[in-house]
Design a protein around this ligand. Sequence first.
Ligand SMILES: *Cc1c(COP(=O)(O)O)cnc(C)c1O
Length: 360
Amino acid sequence: MSYKLFIPGPIAVSEKTYNAMTQWVMGHRSKDFVNLFQSVQPQLQQLMYTQDPVFISTSSAWGVMEGAIRNVTKKGVLNCMSGAFSDKWNDVAERCSLPNGKLQYEWGTPIDPEDIRRELSTGKYDAITFIHNETSTGTMNPIEGIMEVLREFPDVISITDTVSSFSAVKIDKDALGIDVLLTGSQKALAMPPGLSLLSVSDRAMKRAETVEGRGYYFDFIEFQKNYEKGMTPSTPVIPLIYALQSKLEDIFAEGLEARYERHERLNNLVRAWGAKHGIELLPPAEFGSKTLCCFKNDVGIDLEGLRKELKAKYSCDIDGGYGKVKGKTFRISNMGDETDETMNTLIGQLDDLVPQFLPK
Ligand SMILES: *Cc1c(COP(=O)(O)O)cnc(C)c1O
C-alpha cells in the first residue's frame, strides 16, 4: 500500500519526477553524461547563490556530512548540537577520530551566535558544523547571525547542512560566506533518496589540499578534478540526476521568490491549525522551521493510533516524533511540492481524526 508522505523526509515525490528517472542510462564517461551533468550546473549555482562548483555525490546526506569534516578538520571541529542530526554530527567526528568540541543546546533551542564567538575565540578550532534547519525539532537556526560571527574567524571553515531547508528558503551561500553548503535529495528537494549536493569554497578546497586522511569517496579534490571534466569521481546514480534536472525545471518555472513564499504560507497554515487546538511548537515560534512544524504533544494525542487511522482512512502519514522526543512531539512537513489544497486537505483530515485519539 502506498500513502502520501507528510513526514519530514523522505517526502512525497511527484509523478513527473518519477517519470524523469526512467530515462536512458548512459556511460558516465560519455559526452552524453557530460551534457547531463553540465545542464544542471547553472541552476544549481543559482539556487545556492554561489559561483563555486556544485558537486554531485551518490550518497545520502550523511556521506557528505562525514566527508566534509574529514576534508577540512586539522585542529578541531566545533559541532553545534541541538537535535538528533546535529548531535550525531559530533558522534561522527568522534568515529572519524577527529579532534572535536561540543556546543550543546537543549533540543528545540536555537543556536546563539554569541556562544559560537566564545567557543571559537579559544583558538581550538579550524572547522565548525551547524544545521540550518534541525529537522528533528523543527528549529531554524539564525543563519545570518551565525555567519556574521563566523566571518570574524577566516581560519574556521564553516560546514552548513541545509538538507531540509534548501530551495525552500533563500540561503545566499556566497554573500553569507558559507564554505561548505550541503543538502540531500529526499527532503526539501522532493526527490527520492540517494543523491547529495555540496558546494565548496576556494578556502575550503585549499584547506582540503593540506589535510591527510580525506579518504577517496568524498575527497573534495577528487570531486573538483572530475567536475572540471563534467563528471563525478565514481559511477553516479544517473536516474537521480535526471530527477534533479526535472526538479530544477519545476523550481525555476515556479520562480524562486514564489517558491519561498509558498513554503512560508503553507507553514503558516499548519501553525494556525496547531494554534487553533492549543498545540504549541517545540521551538520558540520565531525560530520555528518554515518547512515543517514540530509540535509538542502536550494534549496527549495517541500518535500511533492517529497515524494508523490516517493511513487507513486517508492514505496519508505524518511523523510521530524523532529520537528522544518520539511520542512527546509530532511533525508535519510542508516541504517540496505541497500546495494550499494538499495542506488544507491534510488539515481537514486531522480535524476529523484527532478528537478520537485524545485522552478520554
Ligand atoms: C535527514 C537529515 C539528514 C540525514 O540525511 P540522510 O539522507 O538520511 O543521510 C541530515 N541532516 C538533516 C538536517 C536531515 O534532516
